[in-house]
Design a protein around this ligand. Sequence first.
Ligand code: AMP
Ligand code: ZN
Length: 468
Amino acid sequence: MEIFNSMTRRKEEFVPIEPGKVRMYACGPTVYNLIHVGNARPIILFDVLRRYLEYRGYEVTFVQNFTDVDDKIIRRANEEGTTSQAVAEKYIAEYFHDATALGVRPATIHPKATETMDEIIDLVQTLVDKGYAYSVPSGDVYYRTLKFKSYGKLSHQPIEDLQSGARIDVNDEKENPLDFALWKAAKPGEPSWDSPWGKGRPGWHIECSAMNRKYLGPTIDIHCGGEDLQFPHHENEIAQSEAANGVPFVHYWMHNGFLNIDNKKMSKSLGNFFTVRDAAAAYGYEPIRLFMLSAHYRTPLNYSAESLQQAQAALERLYTARDNLRFLAANGAEGEMTAAEREVLDAADRFRERFDAAMDDDFNTADAVSVLFEVVRAVNKATAPEQAPTRAGAQALLGLMGEFTDVLGLLYDKSEESLDEKVEAMITKRQEARKAKNWAEADRIRDELKAMGIVLMDTKQGVQWKKE
Ligand code: AMP
Ligand code: ZN
């Protein structure tokens, strides 16, 4: 299995630190508003990465944090006249609502900054003790960036370039413009914690280093996030963790490309975003997931109504195939499988090999999805009515399809709309059509119901129905 490592900028064979185990970390959201479709890209992709590693037999410990103390959260709390804790709790719940609806499994651990305070303070203290950090009279603590000799190695920026590009602040207490805050002295009205440097709160970067060390150890296998996090966030995580722990921090860095809209990154600051909530109201949650998987994770992906509609239609094909197999598994012919069914199952290993090869090649979900659709086409052909499909064949084919959809986390909508609900909804539509004197539409709905074996009876109490 090969992974493109952003640090070395080439594909490398994946070898875990401990055989059979993977320790992975993804930088999670700052919880002050609903996630947008751009944020959903890493969330969905790294969920599939984790599922694939598990499918390949690894025991995966996956940590994804919540940044629950931050300027934006505090600002939001002030605007709403509430506490930053209340804001964070609200949007953590909203995160789980969207993530679950997108078919994303919870991480093994979802640590919060506010619950990792002792470890954060410990780590800052270690950096101060080793000379990599210094406190200033105001109570802030900064990282001494130039002391970390390989600073810039992930984003491949020479330190001279970074220095000439750094913004110089006149009132700065920093020794150097490249130094960044590990700890921020408390301002009035802000949440704060006691520390050796007085009351304050952590900077953003230190939180990830502390959580990695606490839950995964000093060196981890895979660290992931969007490509915008490479600099400065991940560069700073490396500087903090490696200076404190004295060992390499991460073996494989993975960064997803941007989700764009009109070829610009979808982002809060540009205002060109759709929340996952709104996009899901228009297209459904699961089409968003399939849409994300239909491109390689490192390429830019353009969000458009058209591509979401395509994903909807493609997903529909998957559900139709599965529902058909489910029906046949209960109602198909008894006895031995047909030759057509056996033929697809005999090809199962070839499908599996191609699926695995796609995913092993730097996690090419686009090609893996294509293999899934080939399986579906073969299944549909083998179970067409004229083939007299069997229960045994349908059951086996369901299993085969499920192997691939489970890794991709698709077809998770298990709820089958009950017949009652469906019929009632159609009857209501027919009544509306009649009220509008749209007789053709009313007749069409009656015929459709008839085809489903439903007979309508117009009674004094309204329309009643029964199964033929
Ligand atoms: P933010 O809300 O900007 O802190 O981003 C949270 C996560 O979403 C980070 O991993 C970002 O890299 C990622 N992200 C934000 N916008 C996009 C986008 N348009 N496309 C892909 N990933 C994004
Ligand atoms: Zn991080």
